[in-house]
Write a protein that binds this ligand. Sequence first.
Ligand code: AGP
Length: 604
Amino acid sequence: MCGIIGYTGQRRAIPLLLQALKRLEYRGYDSAGIAIVEKGTLQVFRKKGKIKELEQELEGKEWVTSFGIGHTRWATHGIPSDHNAHPHCDCQKTIALVHNGIIENYKSLKEMLLREGHVFSSDTDTEVIAHLLEGEGSPKERLLRTVSLLEGSFALCILFTEEEGVLYGVRKSSPLILGVGEGEYFLSSDIPAFLEYTRSAVLLDDGEVVRVDRSGFTVFDFQGQAKDKKPITIPWDPVSAEKGGFKHFMLKEIHEEPRVFEDTLAGRIDFHKQTVALEELENLPFSSVRRVTIVACGTACHAGMLGKIYLETLARLPVAVEYASEFRYQEPLLQDTLVIAISQSGETADTLRAVELAREQGARILSVCNVLGSSLTRISDWVLYTRAGLEISVASTKAFLGQVTVLLLLSLFLGEKRGVLAPERQESLLRELLSLPRKMNQILKEEQSIHEIARQYYRHQNFFYLGRGLLYPLALEGALKLKEISYAYAEGLSAGEMKHGPIALVGPDLVSIVLVGEGERRIKMLGNIEEIRARQGKIIAVASENDTEVKEKVDFFIPIPPTSEFLSPLLAIIPLQLFAYYMALERGCDIDQPRNLAKSVTVE
Ligand code: AGP
């Protein structure tokens, strides 16, 4: 989705803004623009397409200003085009602003402004804000007056030519962060935009405005009342925003999974007592939790589906898993229910709205999140961080692994607290957990054989992913990964459902990725393999390296080191992610920024 950057300091603004916009590319966008004030005059450049188009537009410009704003736009109102790209300006070209979110009442505001004689140059909802900011009073007064008229969600970064070096930021239901450097400040929707300059940041809350110049910042609410805000230190390392020798962020992030797993466990297991210790949940009223509802979107929801099986089996709690976009329009019964919201970004609009609804219904919220201080973490009663570090590729990989790891830990923790988990089971799972990073690395070493399989099949257009039990959510996740980055059609199926309809599609052109576990469902999966073979379908199996019977029946075999059935998703996910990656590579796709997708989906 859209990305915001604003800068005031001593560095040259244009290269800095362009570099920051590149750091925001991973969010997904269709056009980009910047505005600077050079010798008191506003200069605005906007281009449809990639940032390099904007760079070309700016080539040869010698401006030295150290004050400006920039934006990557993901179209909502108005097609992707130069004139709809941000920044947008007032009639006199004295105000420029960039906006993330949607102004829901923009139509009525635009009608009012048109009646007053304002002339519009775009089809966006955003432009009304620039025109509303015209008029009498100081910039701050005009800003507060304007904000009181806006409905919807908005993160804004604004500059006025009459106040050189001053930026204003506004936050309502869309993230905005102030990066605090030495005599320089950054306003951005995303930490990576300024991480190479500072790790000190002020996380603005909804309903807050910040005014910042080169000497400092003040924060106030929408009524103009001052607020006391202190910077925090961002734990991410700037190097995490680099590809580190990998061709794509996605591949780098898949290779980080063993480390993410270890980091997510760190300090959360008491090896002496053989128990899980989650300090974050100290005051969680275990005895009053009777049910759990998990809300999430996309990949996070697939992690939630695994979490359901973990929680039901290990903690003996009934669990419902809901797409946040559906849940938020329901009338849920949430008495004695703990709502678990899962989100990598913590900014997904549907998940945030689902949590708001759950809160209104009196539920307590536990979030599983990757981004420190994100919106979700701030409306939750408890937070379990996934410690995956910065995830840049739009396709979520290591964050999924972190989410599943946290949900497993949570299930063990609740199982013990509720007295329903046999100590021997707990001990054996904890013991086995320790061997997983080594086994993950073993799978990663075999990535070239997965690349080879992708070379065989990259021209195919239709794929089934089949799994049962814990491997069913994984089938959904494998299919999602393939379609989002390679644009091949892929359907994740509960293997038992195949004969109830989807088998009609099986034939020589269809490739099935069959996920075979080691438990009681294995024999049924063998049945699925036979059914596909009988119809000349192609089969790639992901199964335990010891499963020679499966190996003999399929076209390609991806071995997984043996582990407890419960932990197998944490290993089997890696070849699925690698397969999607290499398929996309062979098909020549834009892997880290797939078409039409955005890293955090901040519109509903
Ligand atoms: C993952 O590969 C997807 N791009 C997408 O499904 C994502 O998981 C979903 O939008 C939820 O995002 P979140 O975890 O940041 O809430």
